[in-house]
Design a binder for this molecule. Structure first.
Ligand code: ADP
Ligand code: MG
Ligand code: MG
Length: 478
């Protein structure tokens, strides 16, 4: 297994750790790297969010490559989202067996028939990637894990992680190293995207609606967006509501303005609605449809949401498909280079061969359904069970098979509230943020706006921070 050198020599002495960890925890908590407790929820308190004590070494060349490709990925997603027949054809089989994808697609069809009232979409995207130590040379190159088109979180927890690491490196007497922590303006970049969309809506009285879960554990990440919007433009009202609340407290005016308790909505920013768990009954689906029918600029609009499906990612990796959406051969090659092996499990595209491949060496693959939010994928020995139980059924079409990326490890300390500290091998996943605004024919804005890094124990399958296995981190460029 490839091991990268840590930013400072590890392990650190007990004496250093005993002094540093409480300070670092306080620094994190007092600068907004917090989460609500899941076991002891209180509106009045925060727990320190899990974080890596040291920034993680990341090759500068690969970081810069990831940053520079983001605007091409933004454009790709935008074009895919506006291609009705590609979305329909690619998601057709998944819609037959996966009720969630089907319901999203029904909203999309409804809007297509009715005619969209708001041609603009706001994309706040996050392309996630890992360094791949599978590659033949010792130099790791990164490969894409997925691209998120809905609720791309950590726009605040990303930047604050670099701040924690600046402080930690300075405390450790390595102040000279902080120049290798790249600037991270994700929070302002994402909020400027929302404000740009709000400005395009052109109603000074209109609000930005944050669509949220019943309980928001990752509250800092959302509130800092809210505070940043207020800082950039004190006149913009931000409203937080759940889909259930929207169903009862909102309506469409005659010209299809979305009115939340009478206030017109310019932009809807979804931090919920990406999993079936957020739709308790038809009421929430009705709310989603109402939002989609409205003149508000949606982040994401329904077609952007669909364009983020795992099935779409897999289809884009098939031969000749990128060429439908990008014209420059150099760009097509750049994007193709970041894809790792992706296979359809559809019967009509030789899914049986992919199944055979996976059954032979399951440790080399990840099996993914059409879901977001972490914790849904199948790994290792469970892949065989899952595939065998789906054998011959249509359900298999709603999954894709992906080559497992084996990232390099490095030593670090994952710090959690109330937990023992140990030096361990961790692996990281980098996310790059993109902002794109446009309609079917015109792209008004297209930018790369920052990054986030999450790390997890090298033995963990997934590293969701809110889910518990992952920790905030930041890249240290070498
Ligand atoms: P989600 O939309 O639920 O976040 P992801 O595709 O990002 O789904 O998968 C969740 C997690 O699973 C990732 O954050 C990563 O830790 C792990 N993972 C996903 N795909 C791969 C892969 N191809 N190789 C290694 N790990 C992966
Ligand atoms: Mg995702
Ligand atoms: Mg993910």
């Amino acid at each position: 297994m490839l091991k990268l050198n840590s930013v400072v020599e590890t392990p650190l002495s007990d004496h250093v750790l005993e002094e540093l960890i409480p300070k670092a925890k306080d620094y994190a908590l007092m600068h907004g790297a917090g989460m609500r407790s899941k076991t002891n929820f209180s509106q009045d308190s925060l727990l320190v969010a899990p974080f890596a004590l040291l920034p993680s070494t990341f090759p500068r060349v690969e970081f810069e490559k990831a940053v520079s490709i983001q605007t091409i990925l933004n454009e790709l997603v935008h074009r895919v989202a506006h291609d009705y027949s590609f979305l329909k054809e690619t998601l057709k089989n998944a819609c037959e067996v996966d009720d969630f994808t089907k319901k999203l697609f029904e909203i999309y069809e409804f809007i297509q028939k009715e005619g969209p009232t708001q041609p603009l979409s706001l994309g706040l995207l996050r392309s996630d990637l890992m360094l791949d130590s599978n590659s033949s040379s010792l130099k790791c190159r990164w490969k894409q894990i997925e691209i998120n088109t809905i609720a791309s979180g950590f726009g605040w927890l990303g930047p604050v992680s670099s701040e924690i690491h600046r402080y930690v490196l300075t405390e450790l007497g390595h102040h000279e190293k902080i120049k290798n922590l790249p600037e991270n303006l994700a929070l302002s970049g994402l909020c400027e995207g929302m404000i740009e969309a709000w400005t395009l809506f052109n109603d000074p009285k209109a609000a930005i609606l944050f669509l949220v879960e019943d309980i928001t554990y990752n509250i800092c990440d959302q509130r800092f967006h809210e505070f940043e919007i207020k800082r950039l433009n004190p006149h913009i009202r931000v409203i937080r509501q759940t889909l259930t609340q929207i169903a009862t407290e909102s309506r469409l005016s005659e010209d299809k303005t979305l009115l939340v308790e009478g206030v017109p909505v310019a932009v809807v920013y979804f931090r919920a609605g990406y999993t079936p768990d957020h739709y308790y009954s038809q009421v929430e689906w009705d709310a989603r449809l109402m939002i989609e029918r409205s003149t508000a600029i949606k982040c994401p609009s329904i077609h952007y949401h669909l364009a983020g499906a795992k099935k779409i990612q897999q289809a884009l990796a098939s031969e000749g498909v990128l060429e439908k959406f990008l014209t420059s051969p150099a760009q097509i090659q750049q994007v193709r280079d970041i894809f790792t092996g992706l296979w359809s499990l559809d019967y009509d595209t030789n899914g049986d061969a992919a199944v055979e491949l996976a059954l032979k060496t399951p440790a080399k693959f990840v099996l993914k359904p059409q879901r977001e939010g972490g914790g849904n994928n199948v790994y290792g020995d469970h892949i065989a069970d899952a595939l065998l139980s789906m054998a011959g059924t249509q359900e298999r079409s709603a999954w894709i098979l992906m080559e497992k990326i084996i990232p390099p490890v490095q030593s670090n300390y994952l710090i959690r509230a109330d937990s023992a500290i140990q030096c361990s091998d961790i692996v990281s996943e980098l996310g790059i943020y993109g902002v794109i605004i446009g309609d079917k024919n015109h792209i008004i804005s297209n930018r790369q706006v920052g990054h986030m890094l999450r790390s997890k124990a090298s033995t963990a399958d997934e590293g969701g921070v809110a889910g518990g296995a992952g920790a905030l981190d930041s890249p240290y460029l070498v």
